[in-house]
Design a protein around this ligand. Sequence first.
Ligand code: HEM
Length: 478
Amino acid sequence: ASSLVRRRFITGVSVPKGPKGYPFIGNIFQIPCKDPFKTYSEWSRIYGPMVYMHVFGQEFVVLNSLESVIDLFEKRSSIYSTRPRLRSKVMAGELVERAQNSVIFMKYGPRWKACRKIMHGWMNHRVISQYNFLVERNAGHFLWKLLHCPGIFSHHIKVNAGSLILKLVYGIEPLPHGDPWIGMSEKLSKITGTVSEPTRWLVNSFPFLRYMPMWMPVVEMMDKGTAEPSWTLEFLQQDARTPKTLEEIATHQSAAGTLYAGGMVAYIRTFFLVMVLNPDVQKKAQAEIDAVVGSMRLPNMSDKPHLPYINCLIKEVFRINAIVPLLPHSLEQDDVYKGHHIPKGAWVIANMWAIFNDPSIYPEPERFNPQRFEARPGHPPEMDPSRYAFGIGMGRRFCPGYHLAMAFIFVNVTQILSTFSTSPELDKDGNEIIPPLKFDFGHLTSKPSDFNCIIKPRTPESSHLIDSLVEIDSEGFY
Ligand code: HEM
């Protein structure tokens, strides 16, 4: 508290308002474990769009309005682009190590810049458009699995996203079941998510794997002459005579290690859920694909400009589930915004959930309505949430996987709509079991709670098309 008083004296203004906490422990008991972003949003109605809280001396400022998020993360991105400092004393060693090695948690500085440069080289718009064929082929495999084993669709979604990343980064084709690389990436992503949850600091043991040297299998395959083209191979072969410095390898490894597909999995699961809940939307989207693409081929990236309703649908899925509902940034110097002191070292958290559910931006926010993004007389399109689901504007921490994720989403959503109908499960009396529109927040992302549904090919021709496009060397593809 004394440092607070001192800083208040320096800036002459006070921190934003917030719920009154206890001495030392602060607001720890007021921050709920479940859906904290909803509580922050309620608090903003009492205390204003910026809400201040503190826990064990760590200060937090939650930004609940789009205006404040743009003003700070975008317009002042030179100050607000670092990540919160993680409290090493109360965290297990592995978590700290993960934090140091992960681009997501790196402090703004030279090492972070080096990683971002590598990632930009892999995932800029031009490079990603050259990989469209791989995204499309990968989606074809996914359809084939949905056709032949629809009961475990959630599992297929996970493998689908994970296998694309593994192929791009390491040239590895994952095993159909229980692939160790996919399992390991999942563990890494859980560690990453755990590090970021403010109320989790107190947990002091995590039974996770240690961070593994992920370039090793590529070196082995290179030696055997079996390495497939991949970003890692490209890196290792660049000037192969000069041994890589540890720093270079570590930088590449941390860039690669962060590439996990959690956001894409959450998106596709959300898409299936809203299709179950909104049959009219599904029919309308299918009618658009039938009219533009026909049923003789699968949609691909070149169809994107000709499918306006699908493009609106994709935006609405981003809005209805804020995949990364809380975005934690931090600042390394004191700042003053709208008459309030934003203290150096505070976690400044953008509440994206609050923004995507703000009725002044999205009227009737609880309604799933792709048409809100259409321009009609007297109705300008509502703000595109996919612009903000990956970070703010072109702010420095904006998700480097944006182009890859958008290509993946477009191809998968259109190919699923073109070939399958998704509907609610039936109980033994033939009544529909309607799943709730409910999401679980954990490990940084928000995903639909488990639900079942029926996924059926739309026509016999759809099944033939999928089978004919996927050449399977029958060895248990799923
Ligand atoms: C639908 C899918 C995805 C969503 C919604 C998503 C969202 C985000 C968000 C919100 C951030 C934080 C931005 C900020 O702090 O301002 C982020 C960062 C990041 N994302 Fe994604 N992402 C997705 C897919 C991907 C993919 C496919 C990759 C890589 C292949 C990726 C790699 C990263 C990395 C490395 C960072 C950290 C950047 C940094 O801190 O400098 N993301 N993502």
